[in-house]
Design a protein around this ligand. Sequence first.
Ligand SMILES: [Zn+2]
Length: 468
Amino acid sequence: MLKIYNTLTKQKEEFKPIDPPNVSMYVCGPTVYDFFHIGNARSFISSDIIRKYLEYKGYNVKFVMNLTDVDDKIIKKSIEEKTGTEQVAEKYIDAFFRDIGKLTVAKADVYPKATGHMQDIIDMIKELEQKGFAYNVDGNVFYDVAKFNEYGKLSGKKTDELEVGARIEKNEEKRNPLDFSLWKKAKEGEPFWESPWGKGRPGWHIECSVMSCKHLGKTFDIHAGGNDLIFPHHENEIAQSEAANGQQFVKYWLHFGFLNIDNTKMSKSLGNFSTARDVLKRYSSEAIRLFFAQAYYRGPLNFTDELLAGAEKGLEKLNNFAEKLINVRSSNSRKSSFSIINNYRVKFEQVMDDDFNTSRAVAVIFDFIRDVNRELGESEIAKEKLLKDSKKFVSDTADKVLGIVRLKKLKKKKTKVNIEQIQQMIDKRTEAKNEKNYALADKIREELKELGVELKDSKEGTTFKVVK
Ligand SMILES: [Zn+2]
């Protein structure tokens, strides 16, 4: 039984999707004004592991991630880069897809863009206005927080405490400092859309309410995002969606912990801002995923080069084991005739069912490798069958769910090395033949034969065929 910690109820709950085996899942995506940083990568990778584990369990997951392609930061960047906001968005959407691809994050089923949903956004704001949850001040439309009784239920914040909070920006037009923008009046030179309130563009929070509803329905199963989005972003999404639709917005709220860099908060001004792209130049995606998987997704995490290098080192053991598997055909069934494999599968599922405890899942996989290696040394007869079943287990768990090993990539690498090695040996043999050292030439031919490589000599030279 899968249990998930729900930020809304502040407890672990049994996961019961609305319409099993279908699961609807929404994750707040990037604002496309720059390359995403390694802290964002944590959200993308953690949600990817959660989605893949749900799929492992047989759920049919519809996964939606929005792309915020109109925003103050994009406008600022377009001025800096002396180009249009559309060009800025396009450039960084492209970079986003390339980088998540390298991190082996599976693509969402839908990537809705704010600019592609303007009419839906306007319709929801109109709905909120008609129901008395929104007010228009000279082309700026605000959400009236005082009208929504349950405001604060996700973050656990009390509105009266929030109102005196110094961090709330004072705005003359707002009735209450907590009220937030649904529609922003266009300033000179900014991109705008026509609306019942005049030329303008949507606020950030309304995008997610509209796009999740459009693609997943008024109530859906899982909404995830970084911890820093709980307040105000997700609190505001609830206020908008539940006021407009009159029903529960989300069943399970999941939040990913904050990532510090060298024990300090990442910021551009501190110069410790690391893009995922930069980190990928120094470490493999498997190591980055292992680094994240080794921690509980909800907790804070500290990023250092030592830890990443440690993850890279830890992978050696896993890769060495996986190399034994790449040339065997995987079993089709999860059920194995070896109790050792069945036991580890049960353990893997137990820890992942406990709120996606990936750090324990990683430990299960390393224990599995240790025990299977021991078994391989002892039972020579069952070796091939054991490897086949091990391959199925490693492929299902470490590869397809956690993404800390990639069997296909290893195989490719191995084959490439082999072909290079084979060619080197053939060259050596040709040289030996030219020097009339037939003993050495025959020895090389035998060595290649043992590797499953057959040689064919002709006037044009030597060709080879892999027969095994
Ligand atoms: Zn969002």
